[in-house]
Write a protein of this length. Structure first.
Length: 540
């Protein structure tokens, strides 16, 4: 099984959870009858403007039934399972800001239609200060007429962001179990019973329905293969292959242990959620809260799982309604999570974002209350979590220094991995993104490029002096013919010297090279290099 991913931990990424699936199965659609698909060919200004506004084809959504049927993608075994008659009730919370009205209403219709009425206590719509007029009186009138007493609307007076908006929904919820969902989802048949059964068995479980995809342009359904939810060291989330013990078991209906959550849907015992500290209210907008919750639940005695027998389809929008600078908030929130939960491994997060650990230029706020929460709950170490919950994560404890590397002859230019599919390091104007993340290890490896955080991702490459030419190579570390070729001596404000050949990595002027600068390995001439960040090396 292959895995695709979205592993860009810096400002070259704008969405914290544009995670690609590890496998796809095309569904039969759900566009209705007749010429609905033909409407997709219309090239109208209205269609384009709605795409721009919502990040999906809102004009098409308006033409699709609010009560449409969608494919049942549950494993066959799920359909044969019976559940207890005394399952707890659930409050379903939808968060929205400037969504298309038809998309919100389809989410509501879907959960009402596919949840037994005895189990659905209420539906809570949290409006995070939308600007759209139709999401005010029109929405109120519709739900009050169609679902009197069942649907509640909570309106924020200012834009709080997804994290704090969810906390508003939790405060209003009255059922013993609460489910949090984006307001652009549709629920699969029988989604609720298996989730409620798992939480009834153990209130310390946070259960994630398996996610399928609603295509943003056609609204067709696409089945995603069974996956756990992981993340890289930048705390960008992604789908990962299920744990080996789940694969070995051969039961496609079994719950999948997951280190964290993608974040668009999760279900939790209401009181337990309060006991473990909810979502961190000090995080801004969104991004990182889903990873932090996974770490916290596992480290503090709970668990998190994906349930293939419960399926929710979700629109992966092409744009988000919140602040365009979402990568700043993702970075800020990632540092908050790292400082509270990751012990000395927090250095990996700073490394992944290519920022210094001291004076990082990011104000992540006061974390004293969250540290006190960790102490009060007597939570385990992050090392325990890596070993027992997320063993697929690569660790970089051997790092001495990291960050941008500059040469004294070309101070505005940084060592850069260049094109990912190329085998040449280059000099490029310094920008601080992940392609200019250089890591020097205790054993003398000089690696370039983003951290290959998990076993599913390619790792950063090694700088190599093969001795045959003046051009330094950039290769997968394990592919270097003679390991000595990849070892360097590097001192701050000194030369970078190949241990194998004694030659130095240097810069020469060349009319033929980009920016007139070329990297070479040659007889040392006294050029000096500096690297931005140093880590005090020690045992974790």
């Amino acid at each position: 099984m292959g895995v695709s991913h979205f592993d860009k931990p810096k400002s070259d990424v704008k969405q914290p959870c544009l995670a690609k699936p590890i496998g796809l199965v095309e569904g039969p659609g759900g566009l209705g009858q007749g010429g609905m698909a033909a409407t997709l060919q219309e090239d109208s200004r209205e269609t384009e403007s709605k795409y721009e506004e919502y990040g999906y084809n809102a004009q098409l959504s308006d033409r699709i039934s609010l009560d449409r049927t969608i494919p049942d993608y549950r494993p066959k075994k799920c359909r044969q399972v019976t559940h207890a008659a005394d399952l707890p009730q659930i409050s379903v919370v939808f968060i929205f800001v400037n969504e298309a009205l038809s998309v919100i209403l389809r989410s509501v219709h879907s959960v009402v239609n596919r949840t037994p009425s005895r189990l659905l206590k209420e539906v809570i719509l949290v409006d995070d200060n939308s600007d759209s007029v139709e999401l005010k009186a029109s929405l109120d009138q519709y739900v009050n007429r169609r679902y009197p007493g069942l649907v509640k609307i909570v309106r924020n007076n200012r834009r709080e962001g997804l994290i704090r908006a969810r906390l508003q929904g939790w405060k209003v919820a009255t059922a013993p179990v609460v489910g949090f969902f984006d307001a652009h989802v549709e629920f699969g048949t029988g989604w609720a019973e298996p989730v409620l059964s798992r939480i009834q068995e153990d209130r310390r479980r946070i259960v994630l329905p398996a996610i399928d995809n609603i295509k943003y342009d056609t609204f067709e359904l696409q089945q995603y293969a069974s996956a756990a939810h992981g993340y890289n060291w930048g705390l960008w989330c992604m789908y990962i292959i299920p744990p080996q013990d789940w694969l070995d078991r051969g039961d496609e209906a079994a719950p999948i242990r997951t280190p964290a959550m993608i974040g668009c849907s999760f279900v939790v015992d209401r009181e337990y959620f309060g006991d473990i500290g909810l979502l961190d209210p000090g995080m801004e907008v969104y991004g990182g809260e889903n990873i932090e919750l996974g770490m916290r639940v596992w480290q503090c005695g709970g668990s998190m799982e994906v349930l293939p027998c419960s399926r929710v389809a979700h629109i992966e929008r092409t744009k988000k309604p919140y602040n365009n600078d979402i990568d700043y908030y993702a970075k800020r929130n990632a540092l908050r999570a790292a400082e509270v939960w990751m012990d000395s491994f927090k250095s990996h997060v700073y490394m992944a974002w290519n920022i210094p650990m001291t004076n990082p230029g990011v104000d992540f706020g006061d974390v004293s209350e969250r540290l006190a929460l960790r102490q009060r709950l007597k939570c385990r170490s992050f090392k325990w979590y890596l070993e027992n919950v997320y063993p697929e994560m690569r660790t970089y404890n051997d790092t001495l220094t990291y960050g941008e590397v500059r040469n004294s002859k070309a101070s505005g230019y940084c060592l850069d991995q260049g094109a990912e599919d190329d085998d040449r390091a280059i000099l490029y104007p310094c920008h601080g993104m992940s392609s200019q993340l250089v890591r020097y290890s205790t054993d003398g490896l000089l690696q370039l490029g983003p951290l290959g955080s998990t076993a599913f991702l390619p790792d950063s490459k090694c700088l190599v002096d093969e001795g045959r030419t003046r051009a330094p190579a950039l290769k997968k570390c394990e592919d270097v013919a003679r390991p000595a070729q990849r070892l360097w001596d590097f001192t701050q404000s000194g030369p970078i010297v190949s241990r194998d050949t004694g030659r130095c990595l240097e810069v020469e002027m060349s009319k033929d090279a980009n920016f007139g600068l070329r990297l070479v390995v040659q007889r040392c001439s006294g050029q000096k290099w500096t690297i931005r960040n140093w880590i005090k090396h020690g045992r974790h």
